[in-house]
Structures are given as structure tokens and as C-alpha cells.
Design a protein around this ligand. Structure first.
Ligand SMILES: [Zn+2]
Ligand SMILES: [Zn+2]
Length: 316
């Protein structure tokens, strides 16, 4: 079980720190954009348990807040990180596995419940537009009751979804650019890694992915590469432990990347800092040293293992 004292120990590298309750988040008093990542949920997979929360990240560039993936618990983790839900401007979904989208609609609902009045734009693989429409149908009774009974604005007008169907620029503002890159996650092909070009450096999130050397080209020279990671010795244990272990083990090996292979990607991309997140397993005690040992076989550079609510400031 991870607590704040554990998170504080992460500061060893100097780059990552735990969130303190006093930091409101925005780059107060700075005259240039300040970029940070807050790792909200760092375990891979849909099981909800104690310890690490399901996949979700906050990327903050100046005053713009982007949530990448909405695993179960994302609203609560944002609250824990002292980020008002009403300040979210964009939501990106990497792919439609439930550990990445289960709380997508509910995050926007929760923002609305706390006073959302400005639009949130969401982007994700084909299906996010349909999912958005269906979400409001599912919650029609409550939403319409609260609009008339409590005088709230119509939340359906505050969420603007857009399907992504190809690689390329998803979002471009004066401060930053977000680029999507399709990467295989068998059996899913509508699955996107995202690159954030910011004034403080380039960040790449791998999404869930099979070992994909092309991802190293996409991440070439990035300041921060956040890559999913599978601890291979766990798969053998899993096969023995759960009823569908054999099938699940096969899925894990075919559609995720072992720590050894993550090291190959980081080395080929020559990134400044590698962060392991979307950890499988996320629910048993694999130590940071164990996570990093596999990476070290192929990558000599800086690497850290993400923890829930860990903050990483750029430039690194
Ligand atoms: Zn996942
Ligand atoms: Zn997945």
C-alpha cells in the first residue's frame, strides 16, 4: 500500500516530487508556461483495489489542463491532487479498454456537479463520439432533473467529442501541440500514443502497446517518455493464480511491453527521462529495483517508476 511518505521518497532523482496540499497547481508568478505531469493512476488493468489507482494522468501546460485516460478513480485522484474538476479543458483517451475510459463520462459529470461552465473537448479513437452520446442517454433522467430543478447549465453542450481515425496533429494551440500515433495493442488497433510538444520540452505517452520499435522513432529525442511496463516474472505467477490465467497471460505478453523491451525503446529513442507507468502487475509488491532491473539490461539513462499523485515538472 502506497502512502504519501512513500511518494516523498521518490524525490531522490530531484525531478519528481509528491504533491503538497499547498500547491494550487497553476504556474503562479511565472512569466512563461510551466509544464507538469501528475500521475493520477499508475496501475494497468481494470481491477479496482487498494494501492495504485487505475490509469489516468494530468498534463498541465501553463494554465491548460489535459486529462489523459480516465480509468476508474480519475475524479477522486484529481481531487486528491487539488485540481478542481471545473478547470479541465481537454480529455484524451488512448484506447477503449475500460481501464482507460470507464470514468470518461463520469469525470465530466463530476465536473458539471461541481460547477463546470466552460466546454471540455475530448479526443479518442473511433467510438468516443458514440460513447459521449450514449453516456448522456444513460444519465438523461438525472441530468434533466437537475437542469430544471437546480438551474444548472446543460452538460451535454459542455462536452464536445471528436473521434480520431489517423495519425497526426490532434490539437494545436499557441502553447502546445498534441500528436497521435497508432501503436498495436492486440487485438486493438485503434490505439494511440500521444506526443505533447510544450514550451518546456516534449512528452510522449506510449499508451498500452506491444513492443513497437516504431514508437522509438515517434519518441525520438523526447524529454520524457512515459511507457507502459509489464513485469514478465509476474505472468508466470498469474497463470497459476487465476482461473483464466493462461488466456490472460497470453494477452499480456502479446499486447504489452516487458521492462526489458521498454529499455530498448528508451535507448533507441534516446530520451532524457524514462518513466514507467501503467504497471502490470499494479496490485502486488514489485519493488522499484525490480521494475528497473529489466530496463537496465538495455537502457543506461535516467528512469523512474511512477507512483500515484507523483508530480513531474518540466523541463527535466
Ligand atoms: Zn490498460
Ligand atoms: Zn489496453
Amino acid at each position: 500500500m502506497l502512502d504519501r511518505r512513500d511518494v516523498l521518497k521518490l524525490s531522490a532523482l530531484g525531478a519528481a516530487t509528491a504533491l503538497s496540499g499547498t500547491r494550487a497547481g497553476f504556474a503562479q508568478g511565472k512569466d512563461k508556461p510551466q509544464t507538469r505531469i501528475v500521475f493520477l493512476g499508475t496501475k494497468g488493468g481494470p481491477r479496482v483495489e487498494t494501492g495504485r489507482s487505475n490509469p489516468a494522468n494530468l498534463i498541465e501546460i501553463g494554465n491548460t489542463r489535459i486529462v489523459l485516460d480516465c480509468g476508474m478513480g480519475v475524479s477522486h485522484q484529481l481531487a486528491e491532487a487539488h485540481v478542481p474538476l471545473t478547470t479541465i479543458k481537454y480529455i484524451l483517451i488512448s484506447h477503449h479498454h475500460s481501464d482507460h475510459n470507464l470514468e470518461y463520462g463520469n469525470l465530466v459529470y463530476n465536473a458539471w456537479a461541481t460547477g463546470l461552465s466552460t466546454p471540455i473537448h475530448s479526443f479518442g479513437p473511433k467510438g468516443i463520439e458514440a460513447m459521449t452520446k450514449t453516456y448522456w442517454e444513460l444519465n438523461k433522467f438525472d441530468v434533466e432533473t437537475r437542469i430544471s430543478d437546480e438551474g444548472r447549465p446543460d452538460p451535454r453542450k459542455l462536452l464536445i467529442a471528436k473521434d480520431i481515425d489517423a495519425d497526426g496533429v490532434v490539437l494545436k494551440t499557441g502553447d502546445f501541440t498534441v500528436t497521435a500515433f497508432r501503436t498495436p495493442h492486440p487485438p486493438i488497433t485503434d490505439n494511440f500514443a500521444y506526443k505533447f510538444g510544450t514550451p518546456d520540452g516534449t512528452i510522449v505517452f506510449s499508451s498500452d502497446t506491444d513492443y513497437n520499435p516504431k514508437l522509438a522513432e515517434f519518441a525520438k529525442g523526447a524529454d520524457v517518455l512515459v511507457h507502459e511496463a509489464l513485469y514478465a516474472p509476474f505472468v508466470d505467477k498469474l497463470v497459476e493464480r487465476v482461473k483464466n490465467g493462461a488466456t490472460l497471460g497470453k494477452h499480456l505478453l502479446e499486447s504489452h511491453t516487458t521492462t526489458e523491451d521498454v529499455g530498448k525503446i528508451a535507448a533507441a529513442a534516446n530520451v532524457k527521462l524514462l518513466v514507467l507507468s501503467h504497471l502490470v502487475p499494479g496490485d502486488i509488491a514489485v519493488t522499484d529495483d525490480q521494475w528497473i532491473a529489466g530496463v537496465r539490461k538495455n537502457y543506461p539513462g535516467k528512469v523512474i517508476v511512477a507512483k500515484d499523485l507523483m508530480e513531474l515538472k518540466l523541463p527535466v
